[in-house]
Design a protein around this ligand. Structure first.
Ligand code: 5MM
Length: 336
């Protein structure tokens, strides 16, 4: 499949992307939090549980893995890349190398990982990756224009290198939901970030038909006293996307950002419901959730093999709800 076909397949109707690409440090913290001693083996066992969930391909088009997992095996000796393909799920790879403080940017962060990326992409493609992911991390309060610019530029250089290698880039500028800010601050920061990202993508010659955008929804900061309801989230999110995302982009796959599965799915359903009411949107609107899909499964499993089946049931239920939300409203709460 070419870039356009892979991008379209990632956002196929009723399907989304499972983000299971926590870095070794993040995954280790999450395992420790549920009482599992972190190691290469326990990180592999947990990712095996996720990928071998029966029926996962009914709702999941692609799974994002990290470098460590892509080099590990499933039971029987096939690699995660081969295993995903055998299950009908496309394998993706997180290629960024995390964040570092940006000088003269009031504490803003920039994502690193461009050095040597051309060679790494070649190697990842040989190991079965057909798409990639790079995440920029933006704090909305006091967001400096240098932070916006540096991250947009890095995302665009990453995306161009991916397309050159025949790999679909997932472009993820994440405006964090942590903090006491309200909806308007999230909206302004997201509009600024997306505007800069698409200007840089264009400047770098990136084909918008061969990317998937992975943004945050426009939601209230977690500590804000007034939490926006799904109808407001939908209105504000679509307003910003319509103003910034070219119609040629095939799909927008939202991150969950710390929302529960119920919250994230209610918001996604409301976004799709409103988009349908406003007139057919040019892009598919779906999910690329991490925590909103996997947190229940991780807690249920907590390293005990006998809990694996129940943990997979929890993952399947969360993916099914997200898949339904990507088609439109699923609960009475959606659109409330
Ligand atoms: C799964 O976590 C991804 C990797 O995070 P680190 O590099 O910090 O370990 C992360 O990029 C994730 O894909 C996004 O944050 C979306 O996940 P959520 O949980 O916000 O949907």
């Amino acid at each position: 499949m070419g870039l356009h076909q892979v991008a379209a397949a990632l956002v196929a109707p009723g399907k989304g992307i499972l983000a299971a690409d926590e870095s070794i440090a993040t995954m280790s913290r999450r395992l420790e939090a549920v009482g599992v001693v972190p190691s290469a083996d326990t990180r592999r066992d947990y990712r095996r549980l996720l990928l071998t969930t029966p029926g996962l391909d009914s709702w999941v088009s692609g799974i994002i893995l990290c470098d460590e997992t892509l080099g590990q095996d499933l039971p029987g000796g096939t690699t995660f890349g081969e295993g995903a393909a055998a299950f009908g799920i496309m394998a993706g790879i997180k290629v960024d190398k995390g964040v570092t403080p940006l000088p003269f940017a009031d504490g803003g962060l920039v994502t690193e990982g461009l050095d040597g990326l051309r060679g790494r992409l070649e190697a990842y493609r040989e190991r079965g990756a057909v798409f990639a992911k790079w995440r920029a991390v933006l704090s909305p309060a006091g967001l400096h224009r240098r932070t916006v610019h540096a991250n947009a530029h890095a995302l665009a250089r990453y995306a161009a290198l991916c397309q050159e290698a025949g790999i679909v880039p997932i472009v993820e500028p994440e405006v964090l939901m942590d903090g006491g800010h309200g909806l308007a601050v999230c909206r302004a920061a997201t509009a600024s970030a997306l505007g800069a990202v698409f200007a840089e993508l264009d400047a770098m010659g990136v084909d918008p038909r061969g990317i998937v955008l992975k943004p945050n929804m426009i939601i209230s900061g977690t500590q804000h006293e007034d939490q926006a309801r799904p109808a407001e989230v939908a209105r504000e999110t679509l307003h910003v996307l319509s103003a910034t995302v070219p119609p040629a982009v095939p799909g927008i796959a939202f991150l969950s950002g710390g929302q529960s599965n119920e919250q994230a799915c209610a918001n996604l359903a409301a976004i799709n419901a409103r988009a349908a009411t406003d007139g057919a949107p040019p892009w598919r609107l779906t999910f690329s959730f991490g925590r909103a899909l996997v947190s229940d499964a991780l807690r249920t499993w907590h390293g005990v093999a006998a809990n694996a089946e129940e943990a997979q049931n929890r993952l399947a239920a969360n993916c099914r709800r997200a898949g339904e939300a990507s088609k439109g409203p699923v609960t009475a709460a959606a659109g409330a």
